[in-house]
Design a protein around this ligand. Sequence first.
Ligand code: PRP
Length: 215
Amino acid sequence: MSEDRYLTFALGKGRLAKKTMELFEEIGITCEEMKDPDSRKLIFVNEALKLRFFLAKGPDVPTYVEYGAADIGVVGRDTILEENRNVYEVLDLGYGKCRMCVCGPSSAKELLQHHERIRVASKYPGIARDYFYNKKHQTVEIIKLNGSVELGPLVELSDVIVDIVETGSTLRENGLEVLEEVCPLSARMIVNPVSMQMEGARIQKLVADIRARQN
Ligand code: PRP
């Protein structure tokens, strides 16, 4: 494909995008206009390298990539699993490391042993369903929450939660603990399948440059 085509990146807003741009800088991919903290611009361009970047809500990143509105996305594995979009996951970026876990009070441990029908609160109903139904073969009632999921067991909305654990301090400060680990998480690079065909060389070089930095 011609070098004139822009390669478009969708980055999950916040800490992840900052980390990603730092990593990109190390391999010579910069975007000066993205560094202005007062900017309200949504799309940032590096004309010389024919690159475009935009920031999106994490759960929307796989959507932009599946539809080809972005060739490449960077987002947490939690979001990739939950959104279950038709994208290629090409690289573990190694940062944003944390774990998806089943958590609750220690008294809830035994509820996970005997296939009981329990209530599970989560911001990630797809991941929770897959874990309980397909891995544990336990029928559960899943209650979708949008944040502060640790409240679930504290106010008796649910028996346990499926949520992200990073340092563990939110759990500790609320008398909860990790009961089971669902999977490890970190930031991943995803690619639109058609872009992978059309822009394969540019994308593979990018992946190789990042890999070389990682080693
Ligand atoms: C995440 C996650 C936990 C917390 C875990 O929440 O859902 O609540 O961080 O981190 P820790 O193990 O270091 O305490 P986030 O801050 O994204 O807010 P949310 O609860 O509104 O989702």
